[in-house]
Write a protein that binds this ligand. Structure first.
Ligand code: ADP
Ligand code: MG
Length: 250
């Protein structure tokens, strides 16, 4: 099997009026299937730019990118969308759920584009909700769910197509500590099932749950280390005294 990600000399330059912003300045990176990766770095270091290119939401200015052996650096928008739909589920800091839509319908959304019969969509969306512990919340709208529950709906939506890769940009950024551990427990469970989880975070204690930590600074990789990950399920159970497990308002 080819590597999942094979990036060589990736640069991304944004044009802002008369200025050029060099968000990525020559990134070489290989990621194998089944990996658990945290991408770290201070604000503005290029984390989101890298994840967007990795996830075929954006394309590099220069360089080569093979995703699962396929050259995706120069695909058309339609081809990129097709690759994304098949390969990648996304989770964002702000959940990005449709507000007037139930949890179940939010999770079904990615399946709408696949032309599946309604009964199959429903069954698969319910399975995905069950997997994140929210089968009893299928009818709830996002504003009837806590932040942690909304993020679990977003993870179910990322899972429902059975894409082999989950990419998450600051998935715990709007959640309190205990709820963050619950989200990390779900993501670690996906790695155990053989999925690849790539997450962006600027928090050291979230990166501690990944098996490999890549650090960016000013658009280049300055460190790339394997580590023994902490167990998020244990951390989620060890709630500090008085902590109710409710997150602050986002
Ligand atoms: P991070 O996610 O690590 O905070 P980003 O990848 O969002 O960093 O940004 C890297 C650099 O690129 C920053 O200097 C940012 O201001 C710039 N940048 C990001 N997106 C754009 C854009 N769409 N247009 C112009 N500059 C951008
Ligand atoms: Mg970012």
């Amino acid at each position: 099997m080819p590597s999942l990600v094979e990036m060589r000399g990736i640069t991304r330059t944004y044009v802002m009026g008369d200025n050029l912003v060099h968000a990525l300045r020559g990134v070489d990176l290989t990621i194998e299937h089944g990996s658990s990766i945290a991408i770290m770095g201070t604000s503005g270091s290029g984390k989101s730019t890298m994840m967007n290119i990795m996830g075929c939401l954006d394309q590099p200015t220069k360089g080569n990118y093979l995703l699962n052996g396929r050259d995706v650096a120069r695909l058309s928008r339609a081809q990129l969308a097709e690759v994304r739909g098949r390969m990648i589920g996304f989770v964002f800091q702000s959940f990005n759920l449709l507000s007037r839509t139930s949890a179940l319908e939010n999770v079904e959304m990615p399946l709408m584009y696949q032309g599946l019969p309604a009964a199959v969509r429903h069954r698969r969306a319910m399975e995905a909700l069950r997997k994140v512990g929210l089968a009893d919340r299928e009818d709830h709208h996002p504003n009837q769910l806590s932040g942690g529950q909304q993020q679990r709906v977003a993870i179910a939506r990322a899972l429902v197509t059975d894409a082999p890769v989950i990419m998450a940009d600051e998935p715990t950024g709007n959640l309190d500590t205990t709820t963050s551990y619950e989200v990390m427990t779900i993501l670690q469970g996906l790695v155990k099932e053989g999925k690849t989880v790539i997450l962006v975070t600027h928090e050291q204690d979230i990166a501690a749950y990944a098996k490999r930590v890549i650090t960016l600074r000013d658009g280049v990789i300055v460190s790339d280390k394997a580590q023994e990950p902490l167990d998020a399920a244990a951390a989620a159970l060890a709630k500090p005294p008085g902590a109710g497990g409710e997150e602050r308002a986002p």
